[in-house]
Design a protein around this ligand. Structure first.
Ligand SMILES: [Zn+2]
Length: 314
């Protein structure tokens, strides 16, 4: 695990700093944005386990001085954006109401630990969880749930800086929000930069709408949930990908292909093969098929991960 030892100043700002682990081609390494202004500090998203979060706080310490973090924002409820919350005691933890209400569907850190270490290693899901998630120390983390929830829009201040939260879910997750601070937007996981995305809630149109809302905020800097920061052109390029995926899935659904056949067909065409984690396409297809067929019971994260795992070892 190669974690950044320093925060990186977001160019053109004097109060925004990014903790940006190298995460392309990997699960679980999300970007975290620090806002440090006047006597106050806030952090947008927290890492996946205790040691990563401690490493991030150590990296922030020279800039943080003796301030304590008063506010934590979770862009959605997935553990790779929330499990580090517990290392910010006393902070207000802000999330959308929809995300908070869905929290009981998310595996706790202890459940993740059990899943990774107790799933049968000979089964694809067990092997996949070990291969991709055993590097994380879930046993150390504790759940720290949101203390303030909202729907629609919420604004708060950190020193001189105004932070706007815009609810955009259900898209990647039922409770997504994006964060705007002046001309910088943190997208959470409605935008993965460099990998095929995993979107659990959808439909894909909602993810597209969320990315379009980000563009409508006219950002100069776009910070994705995972991968390198970019600008509007980078996000527009990703929108082309999302619309293409949406169209290609729909065509195969309408032609009567099963989700597995659709995946087989897309893979045989080296679909966006420069992006990492191609097995996540199986998740996108399964979730989109469920919406296209009008199935109200969305597939569970575990069944989706199982399908992606099966595919990755073919
Ligand atoms: Zn994530």
């Amino acid at each position: 695990m190669n974690l950044p030892a320093q925060l990186t100043a977001v160019p053109g700002t004097d109060s925004l700093y990014l903790w940006e682990p190298e995460g392309t081609g990997l699960w679980g390494y999300a970007n975290c944005l620090w806002v440090i202004s006047g006597p106050d500090a806030a952090v947008i998203d927290t890492p996946y386990d205790g040691p990563m979060t401690e490493a991030m706080i150590a990296a922030a310490r020279p800039l943080l001085g003796n301030r304590t973090v008063g506010t934590v924002v979770n862009t959605h409820a997935n553990g790779d954006h929330t499990f580090g919350n517990y290392l910010f005691p006393g902070a207000e933890i802000i999330a959308t109401r929809a995300g908070h209400e869905h929290l009981h569907h998310e595996p706790t850190p202890q459940e993740m630990h059990a899943l990774v270490h107790q799933s049968p290693p000979e089964a694809p899901l067990g092997r996949y969880l070990r291969d991709h998630f055993s590097v994380f120390d879930f046993a150390s983390a504790q759940l720290a749930a949101p203390t303030l929830t909202f729907s629609g829009r919420h604004t708060f201040s950190v020193g001189e800086v105004e932070v706007e939260l815009h609810e955009v879910g259900p898209a990647h997750h039922v409770g997504d929000l994006v964060v705007r601070i002046s001309d910088v937007v943190c997208t959470g996981d409605v935008f993965f930069h460099g990998d095929h995305p995993s979107h659990w809630a959808g439909p894909l149109q909602n993810v597209i709408d969320a990315c379009e809302l980000v563009l409508a905020l006219d950002p100069r800097v776009v910070i994705p949930g995972h991968g390198r920061p970019t600008d509007q052109a980078g996000l527009e390029e990703h929108l082309v990908y999302l619309r293409t995926v949406q169209r290609e899935i729909r065509l195969r659904f309408e032609a009567g292909l099963t989700a597995e056949k659709a995946m087989e067909d897309l893979s045989s065409r080296a679909f966006y093969s420069h992006l990492g984690l191609p097995e996540r396409l199986m998740i996108l297809i399964a979730v989109e098929y469920s919406h296209l067929s009008g199935d109200s019971s969305a597939p569970t994260v575990l069944s989706l991960a199982g399908q992606a795992a099966l595919w990755s070892y073919r």
